[in-house]
Design a protein around this ligand. Structure first.
Ligand code: NI
Length: 207
């Protein structure tokens, strides 16, 4: 699909803005290895409350999604391959779940809020699934939710002055109907595997 071309076309437009804002992002307090270690060994709670803006410009909180499982993914729209691949798998899993998908809310939270504005997310999330919600917010709000989900992300400058990419961990989080953490799928998990794990969970009573 023309996602890459689309991303590249947009990248030029944003170059000036990106350069003005480069260096402003709130740095991660922990390294990628530290956040992965926490997740792998379940050392700390994962998830928590958030207040962010969706692709329609509407304020959304975690409480809006109570009663549904949440599939939460962090990434950025200019990501050349990992994010689109995982988002495609999430969209496909939703399709494969059929009517059960109504009980699952897929959520994409950007780790690049300067470029991923609500209107930019509005062009991006429907490429993967009509029910995918894209969320953005202030640097501080994004840092807070990423820290809560033990997501590492950091800006990496590119060769072109002012341009950057975002290095990030890419787990797919499965949250229960009450918002509590159930577990994660590693990046690259297939749609079929997600369905296999989600289906029995949907049949189980909520905690
Ligand atoms: Ni990515």
């Amino acid at each position: 699909m023309s996602m890459r071309a689309f991303a590249l076309a947009c990248a030029g437009m944003w170059l000036t803005l990106a350069s003005a804002l480069a260096g402003y992002a709130v740095p991660s307090a922990r390294s990628a290895a530290e956040t992965m270690d926490i997740l792998m060994w379940n050392r700390e709670p994962v998830g928590g409350p958030f207040e962010l803006t969706d692709q329609a410009g509407k304020l959304r909180t975690d409480r809006d999604f109570r009663g549904r499982l949440m599939l939460v993914y962090f990434g950025f729209t200019y990501c050349p391959d990992v994010c689109p691949t995982d988002l495609q798998a999430i969209g496909l899993a939703l399709d494969k779940l059929g009517s059960d998908a109504d009980s699952v809310q897929p959520i994409f939270i950007t780790v690049d809020p300067e470029r991923d504005t609500a209107s930019h997310l509005a062009e991006y999330v429907p490429l993967f699934h009509p029910r995918l919600i894209g969320l953005t917010g202030s640097d501080e709000a994004i840092r807070k939710v990423a820290d809560a989900y033990k997501v590492y992300y950091a800006r990496v400058p590119l060769k072109d002055a002012g341009d950057y990419t975002v290095d990030h961990t890419a787990y797919i989080y499965l949250m229960d109907r009450d918002g509590s953490y159930l577990g994660f799928f590693p990046p690259g998990t297939s749609a079929d595997r997600m369905v296999e794990i989600i289906k029995p969970r949907l049949a189980a009573p909520g905690r």
